[in-house]
Design a protein around this ligand. Sequence first.
Ligand SMILES: [Zn+2]
Length: 280
Amino acid sequence: MIDIGSNLTSESFNTDLPAVIHRAKQQGVSVIIATGTSAQSSIDAQQLAAQYPRYLYSTAGVHPHEADHYDHQAEQALVELLKGSGRAQIVAVGETGLDYNRKFSSQENQIRAFEAQIQLAKDVDLPLFLHERDAFNDFYGIIKEQFNSISSKAVVHCFTGSQEALKAYLDMGLYIGITGWISDKKRGKNLRDIIRYAPLDRLMIETDAPYLIPQQKGVKQLLQQHRRNEPCTLRFTAEKLAECLAIEPQTLIDATSRTSREFFNLDQVASEPCFEEKAS
Ligand SMILES: [Zn+2]
């Protein structure tokens, strides 16, 4: 089971990350991708990933909430990370995109940072890890114009949109990330109703920890802090998604793991340290 998005550099994991990773392993999580949300957190996520080879990977990008801080310096930090030693751990550019729900950064800066990071992903030939909330029209327009689905791949993480948005993303060749949102009694209803329209081989799963605790029986017992989600709850989202698709959980887990390995090129990345080991 692969958690394609977990905010492990969040300060809520500062004191007990080894225990968090241990619990994830115990619950069958085989790989976690730590999300970079700012220049600094991208550096932190990469350093973290380097400590857990073949178990943790990371992304490098500036979240739309942080887009007001996407300046030349931030971009240079990302470029250095992506073209330097971090390349062994970093498997995607992002998260980037648009969030008009809370507008922590101006709309104008969000668009600017988003377009710059799409270009960056093309330059370094990595997939995009995307975030879109209440910004479908602008987001779709930019992707459609800038994104060449033949040469690049992208996943819309934590998808919570409409059926129309789902269809539009799938038609463009994008992948869809599903979080614990799907088990939220009220907010997740629409997602539960529409997700069966997505082909199984375009879906991936994630916790978005420390956010979005799955609203299912048994989750609370796994969590050490009641208001913090952890990668160890991933199977609950796998089970809920499988239920919506009317398939066995194991079928869902096998398919999403295969898709995630291919999408993020994990086997190839993972094989690099083996080669070095042999060489030394
Ligand atoms: Zn996000």
